[in-house]
Design a protein around this ligand. Structure first.
Ligand SMILES: Nc1nc2c(ncn2[C@@H]2O[C@H](COP(=O)(O)OP(=O)(O)O)[C@@H](O)[C@H]2O)c(=O)[nH]1
Ligand SMILES: [Mg+2]
Length: 340
């Protein structure tokens, strides 16, 4: 809301700076508090994000998407192990697009990631957009930034590739993995092409299953015909993996996956695509923040208290149409001096 920041008591501003300082020093409790605030879309969050932003952009952000049950969490678990061996601090953001009442999947993840729970170099958080005011994509990008600012060298974002929200989430990542499994032909068809387009590496997980070889050849053939995306000139590759097995010995392809991620990063560094991806990311970021603010405005009553009811009444009485009402709101906003 206009003027809100300037009217904030000095103590609050100092308190905020202190919290951000603690976050940058890697304090987990502060990170947890800030993440909950981001998740709930609290009004004050943008104030925090302004101060956090300069400390972001240094980590490697990896997006992991794909249908439920494909093995995303199992792969994340394996990647955590690899990156920890390399001495990197790792943050994981597990996005749950479902309602806060279906905690089942997340509970499973918590058990799965348990072997890392005593490792101080690993920080796992799930995100569900609980608040009415914040969108899931906005909350997730805020959480990724918080994870970067707290000093994680690698941040992995796991999300179900189901809707636009999740595709939006993927824009926060530099390298995007799409996880598929043999026999998922229908699912691939069903998935919106947007998610296929954004994938830099296709992980064919559950390579132990029947039909895996055929599926690999089909996928490679499909990719061979692929046109380059707007995002990048990189030709995606398929990496077969086994991310979970009865015994750990059966786990396969994780080193290849790490190498593929490295190869993609190296490509970005020398090709100039990094700037393109950054531009796309910022374009998305701007849109997300703007959409979020507009949504907040709508739920706050369109500019000022009572104004929404005024417009509703006027539209019912046919004194006004909704298009004019929106134009008036926008004109009001354009004429408002923003002091922030
Ligand atoms: N056979 C087989 N099962 C796997 C593999 N990777 C994961 N799974 C199993 O598939 C199920 C779903 O895995 P999960 O990682 O939770 O998938 P997510 O929903 O994509 O995060 C679990 O029971 C895993 O143990 C694999 O490579 N081979
Ligand atoms: Mg999962």
């Amino acid at each position: 809301m206009p003027g809100k920041e300037s009217s904030m008591p000095k103590d609050d501003v100092a308190c905020r700076a202190e919290m951000v300082e603690r976050l940058i020093n890697g304090d987990v409790r502060t990170a947890a508090r800030l993440i909950t605030m981001a998740e709930n879309g609290l009004a004050d969050m943008n104030g925090f994000m302004k101060q956090i932003y300069p400390h972001t952009g240094k980590g490697l952000v990896i997006g992991i998407t794909g249908p439920g049950g494909a093995g995303k969490s199992s792969l994340v678990d394996q990647l955590i192990g690899k990156y920890r061996k390399l001495g990197r601090k790792v943050g994981v953001v597990a996005v749950d697009p479902s309602s806060p009442f279906s905690g089942g999947a997340l509970l499973g993840d918590r058990i799965r990631f348990k072997r890392h729970s005593v490792d101080e170099g690993v920080y796992v958080r799930s995100v569900a957009a609980r608040g009415h005011l914040g969108g899931l994509a906005k909350a997730t990008t805020d959480v990724v930034k918080i994870m970067e600012a707290m000093g994680n060298h690698v941040v992995m974002v796991e999300t179900l590739g189901v809707g636009q929200d999740e595709i939006d989430v993927m824009h926060v990542a530099q390298t995007c993995l799409l996880v598929l499994t043999p026999g998922m032909g229908d699912e691939i068809q069903a998935m919106k092409s947007g998610i296929m387009e954004i994938a830099d590496i296709i992980v064919l997980n559950k390579f132990d299953l029947e039909g895996a070889e055929v599926c690999l050849r089909n996928l490679e053939a499909t990719l061979g015909h692929r046109v380059y995306t707007e995002r990048s000139q990189w030709l995606p590759r398929v990496v077969p993996t086994i991310a979970s097995g009865i015994r750990d010995q059966t786990i396969t392809g994780i080193d290849d996956l790490v190498h593929a991620i490295e190869a993609h990063q190296a490509y970005l560094d020398k090709s100039g695509d990094k700037k393109k991806i950054l531009e796309k990311r910022i374009e998305h970021e701007l849109t997300l923040i703007l959409k979020n603010e507009v949504e907040k405005l709508c739920s706050a009553g369109l500019c000022s208290a009572g104004k929404k009811q005024y417009y509703i009444n006027a539209i019912i009485e046919k004194e006004m149409d909704p298009y004019t009402a929106v134009q008036q709101v926008l004109a009001f906003l354009a004429g408002t001096e923003r002091t922030e």
